[in-house]
Design a protein around this ligand. Structure first.
Ligand SMILES: [Ca+2]
Ligand SMILES: [Ca+2]
Ligand SMILES: [Ca+2]
Ligand SMILES: [Ca+2]
Length: 250
């Protein structure tokens, strides 16, 4: 806590008085997601032509940790959509891939994880212990974890299918994300994802929990610039308003 308070003070001293007064609104990024006539194959190989249509977005905002070097972590992603899924391709440079905790529900944010934040109705706001938005932590073994309304970790493996493969330079991840709305009830196997439509807007963000062999993640890096609250930029798992906006286009 002392460190946080100190960092907050230093940050304050660097700001002008106008900047301090302006509780700076988060400028959301806007990403247009191209439509895929045929769905990419989730195999960790980005050889589908549709991927060439989608723009890259960088994962370059350090949310936790200091002194990040590009060979320690750098990453980028792109998205396409079909009526049934949002598809993600990510290229991740990471010097060490680490999976310390065998139990997928234990310290899931400290093991290596690609984290996908989805807010189906683009509402923003609190989603810490509700399903107004999801923060899917995809572990190296493919398990998908988030906290539920009961404040416990749950598996959401039905929501996101993924596969990664290494090239000499980086790891290629592909994921198919079924989009569930806020009415989702944990453990309800009959729940259906929403059908996606042209023009739909959603809240979305990508982050990476970079563990390089220790008990904790050394860095947490995201795709959105996040205005710190009390020195804390790790807001994505609490507040969907920090997500970017995506729009499903032709
Ligand atoms: Ca593929
Ligand atoms: Ca690393
Ligand atoms: Ca929502
Ligand atoms: Ca790592």
């Amino acid at each position: 806590m002392k460190t946080l308070a100190y960092m907050g003070l230093c940050g304050g001293l660097l700001l002008s008085s106008t900047q301090i007064q302006a509780a700076e609104p988060h400028t959301r990024s806007h990403y247009k997601v191209p439509y895929a006539k045929s769905a990419p194959v989730i195999d960790g190989v980005a050889d589908e032509a549709i991927w060439d249509k989608a723009p890259w977005r960088q994962i370059d905002q350090v949310l936790i940790g200091d002194g990040l070097k590009s060979d320690d972590f750098s990453g980028r992603f792109k998205l396409v959509w079909t009526k049934s899924h949002l598809y993600l391709l990510a290229e991740i440079v990471d010097d060490v891939m680490a999976d310390h905790y065998a139990d997928p529900l234990e310290h899931y944010w400290d093991d290596e994880a690609l984290e996908l934040f989805v807010d189906e109705d683009n509402s923003g706001g609190d989603h810490q212990y509700n399903h107004s938005a999801f923060a899917y932590h995809i572990a190296l073994d493919g398990n998908v974890v988030d906290s539920g309304p009961d404040r416990k970790a749950h598996l959401y493996n039905d929501h996101v299918q993924s596969r990664w493969q290494r090239t000499p330079e980086y790891t290629v991840w592909e994921a198919a994300i079924a989009i569930y709305d806020e009415s989702f009830v944990d453990e309800d196997r009959s729940a259906k994802p929403v059908k996606l439509k042209l023009g739909k807007k959603m809240g979305f963000m990508v982050a990476y929990c970079d563990n390089d062999g220790g008990l904790n993640r050394e860095h947490f890096i995201g795709s959105e610039e996040i205005v710190p609250v009390n020195g804390d930029k790790n807001r994505g798992w609490i507040d969907a308003s920090v997500f970017g906006e995506i729009e499903l286009v032709k």
